[in-house]
Design a binder for this molecule. Structure first.
Ligand SMILES: [Zn+2]
Ligand SMILES: [Zn+2]
Length: 168
């Protein structure tokens, strides 16, 4: 996770001998505007109090922080952490009608949504899954409805498969 360096600025009185606040010094040292670290302890939450965490920052300090001040940092060095980001929704493409009254017209290629088919099968729902013009850039056999949870389901599945593989 990460927190804005300005979070560690005290008042005007905390400027160092160069007249810099913590965040200004932090940025001047080339760290940017964020402090990176990991949550080392989650405090139990009482009533309507905000959730507090104990955070150990990479440079060594340990501080208490509020929920609102923290955000998840993207793992830059751990690139194999979540490869589902490689999956993108792409159009199946177009095809030209060669015969009939619509001859010469270009229309989108459509396939039946993979997630919907699976869901129908599991729930023993009869009927065919809706058509969609979208598929996965990585898994060419996966078609997904654009405006439903189908795409998220695909990403979740990919993640699950990967986790299972990691355990082997
Ligand atoms: Zn995919
Ligand atoms: Zn669907």
């Amino acid at each position: 996770m990460r927190a804005k360096a300005t979070l560690f600025d005290g008042g005007e009185g905390t400027r160092d001998r160069n007249g810099l606040l913590f965040s200004e010094k932090w940025a001047a040292d080339g760290h940017g505007e964020w402090c990176y670290g990991a949550v080392s302890f989650v405090y139990s939450r009482r009533g309507r109090h905000t959730q507090l965490y104990r955070v150990k920052y990479d440079e060594g300090t340990v501080m208490q922080a509020e929920d609102a001040h923290l955000e998840l940092a993207e793992d830059e060095d751990d690139s194999d952490e979540d490869q589902t980001v490689q999956c993108h929704m792409v159009r199946l493409g177009n095809k030209r009608t060669v015969e009939g009254t619509h001859r010469g017209e270009i229309r989108a290629v459509q396939m039946r949504c993979t997630s919907c088919s699976k869901r129908n099968r599991q729930n023993e729902v009869r009927g065919r899954a809706p058509l969609t013009a979208w598929c996965c850039s990585v898994h060419s056999e996966v078609y997904a409805c654009k405006h439903k949870t189908c795409w998220e389901e695909h990403l979740a599945e990919v993640r699950q498969v990967r986790e299972r593989e990691d355990m082997l």
